[in-house]
Design a protein around this ligand. Structure first.
Ligand code: SAM
Length: 572
């Protein structure tokens, strides 16, 4: 402390005057701008406009979506409606140019009378991702095979190439948008820091502060904390700034103190804010083509002709379509009722791709309702083998059964047991999927009540059940399976207690090892956390985040069973 108020203030202004220039320099560096460029406000966007090679003759989905956005912005009147219709027609033409005329696969199994119009469980509603299969080396040959070689389930030939090219363009655009929003957050922060007066009053009495005030204080404090050494005011410690930030986050975004602490343990203040902001935003609506009944291109054509604007999901998925806009309820189209697709978030594709089901296998989905993953597993197995679809909740089983009927799945046996007890009934399975019950901290945009309803005892309870379920999943699996011996664990939680800690426990108590999930994107799992060390192989697990992958928070880990039995010696 020390010095008069005026002197202290002059000192702060001197300090933050320098801070402003430094912040601007950092932001410019992040945006890769020269000093000269930085003077032009539109440069970051100008710089990102990529030149497109081999411009297609037909309008691409990306161009279409840009036009559509522009049209919507301009006006909402008749003229705009007409232009939207015209764009839809153009897009239809585009798809027609790629593919053979629409033909519906003959379907003797569709159960259109007993359908249940139900969205998939929030745990499995997710979005689009970044990552490029073409550029990635897969270590899991099985997954690679499924993703690339299973021609009969996939659209073929030049159509796929065109779709993938468009998909790549969309991905590029999305990545650039993400960079822009990060830059925007930083530049807002820089704008704020210019106001040295504001800095001087950061710690003033809070009671009268509006949400907007607190939001700008959050941005300012994040900026200070990201370079605390040169930006601190000399009066307050880092932990005082942190505590100010956490209080504001609780106030503005509605989180309880427990979750805020958990997130700050995982992320830097800047990344924490990005995660929190992204968690409030809805993710894109995605549907999965039911390849037991139709092909993606046929489904796309059928939906487009109904005024549903769809594009292929990222190029790692052969089945996914992103729905941009729809003139009809997407859960009530004739195609939905006929079981041609499942409304299913993109992240819920991932555990199934990691599981890599093979035809004629015996597979257990231990916590299956409402069946987004079960029905995908059956589709990849082409209705061969057996899928045991289990869930302990009898009410939720109803939607599982309805989805199984609607999608024409014929290889499942549905059961309603506590998964922890299944081992006395089901053994020697080739693969087991455990999409575990969890806190839902990755799907806050679907269920904001998570912000206040989770506390430490709650997470500890989850963690205990998850560990018990995972040991049971391993025990149900056959280490000597000729084709599998695989267990996949997933949650829609971002918390380490429900993810890495569960896998680490299993590694200590069963003869299993972590193997690559074969998913070409996602962040490696933690191997250290809050002073705890996890098995180094946990880096093969994959984490997905809304602020990085534009999808709900998710965790996936693939295990290979080595032999039966209980591992008693934790150091083994
Ligand atoms: C994340 S959801 C599963 C979503 C599902 N895999 C899908 O993709 O549609 C978790 C499920 O676990 C079930 N569950 C909770 N405790 C269980 C237990 N002890 N044994 C089996 N299932 C359980 C819940 O009823 C819930 O349906």
């Amino acid at each position: 402390m020390g010095g008069t108020g005026r002197a202290r203030r002059a000192k702060r202004i001197r300090k933050f005057g320098t801070g402003v220039q430094e912040s601007v320099r950092i932001v410019n560096k992040k945006l890769k701008l020269s000093e000269e460029d930085a003077l032009q406000p539109d440069v970051p966007f100008r710089k990102r406009q990529k030149k497109k090679k081999n411009k297609p003759t037909f309008e691409t989905p990306r161009e279409y979506n840009k036009k559509l956005k522009q049209a919507k912005k301009d006006n909402a009147d008749q003229q705009n409606l007409a232009s939207t219709k015209e764009l839809s027609r153009d897009k239809e033409k585009y798809y027609e140019s790629l593919e053979s005329p629409f033909e519906v696969t003959s379907d003797t199994n569709s159960d259109t009378e007993n359908f249940v119009v139900e969205q998939e469980d929030s745990a499995s509603q997710e979005s689009s991702l970044s990552g490029n299969i073409g550029e990635t080396s897969f270590s899991d040959e099985e997954t690679k095979k499924n993703l690339f070689e299973d021609g009969s389930m996939e659209d073929s030939g030049t159509e796929e190439l065109d779709i993938e090219r468009e998909n790549r363009l969309l991905e590029d655009e999305k990545r650039l948008e993400e960079e822009d929003s990060k830059a925007e957050f930083l530049s807002n922060t820089v704008d704020n820091i210019v106001d040295a007066e504001q800095v001087a009053t950061l710690f003033d009495n809070d009671i009268q502060r509006s949400i907007a005030d607190r939001k700008s204080r959050i941005a300012l404090v994040v900026q200070i904390l990201s370079d605390f050494k040169s930006r601190k005011d000399g009066l307050h410690s880092r932990s005082e700034y942190l505590s100010l930030l956490k209080t504001d986050i609780g106030y503005v975004y509605g989180y309880n103190a427990f979750l805020i602490e958990e997130f700050f343990d995982m992320f830097s203040p800047l990344e924490c804010m990005e995660f929190i902001e992204a968690s409030d935003k809805p993710r894109p609506l995605v549907i999965r083509t039911n390849t037991l009944k139709t092909k993606r291109r046929q489904l796309a054509q059928a939906l487009i002709s109904r005024g549903v604007n769809v594009d292929p999901l990222e190029n790692w998925s052969k089945e996914g379509l992103v729905v941009y806009e729809s003139r009809v309820p997407i859960g009530a189209t004739p195609e939905y009722l006929a079981g041609y697709y499942m409304i299913q978030a993109s992240s819920s594709f991932i555990p199934v791709l990691a599981l890599s089901p093979q035809e004629k296998e015996k597979i257990l989905d231990m916590a299956a309702s409402p069946g987004g993953k079960t029905t995908f597993v059956s589709a990849l197995m082409r209705n061969t083998g057996i899928v045991y679809a289990n869930d302990s909740n009898a009410d939720r089983i109803k939607s599982l059964v309805a989805n199984i009927h609607r999608l024409g799945v014929e290889n499942t046996i549905v059961s309603c047991y506590d998964g922890r007890k299944l081992v006395s009934i089901l053994r020697d399975l080739d693969r087991v999927l455990l999409d575990a019950p969890c806190s839902g901290t990755g799907i806050i945009s679907h269920d904001p009540s998570v912000k206040t309803s989770r506390d430490r005892p709650d997470i500890q309870r989850n963690s205990v059940i998850q560990k018990q379920l995972l040991l049971a999943a391993v025990d149900c699996c056959n280490a000597h399976s000729a084709t599998g011996g695989i267990i996949v664990y997933s949650t829609c939680s971002v918390l380490v207690e429900e993810n890495e800690a569960v896998i680490d426990y299993c590694l200590k108590h069963r003869f299993v090892k972590v193997v690559s999930s074969g998913i070409p994107f996602g962040i490696p799992g933690f191997t250290k956390y809050r002073g705890k060390q996890f098995h180094p192989s946990l880096q093969e697990a994959r984490r997905f985040f809304p602020h990085i992958h534009n999808m709900d928070g998710f965790f996936v880990c693939k295990l290979k069973k080595l032999k039966s039995g209980v591992r008693y010696n934790a150091t083994q």
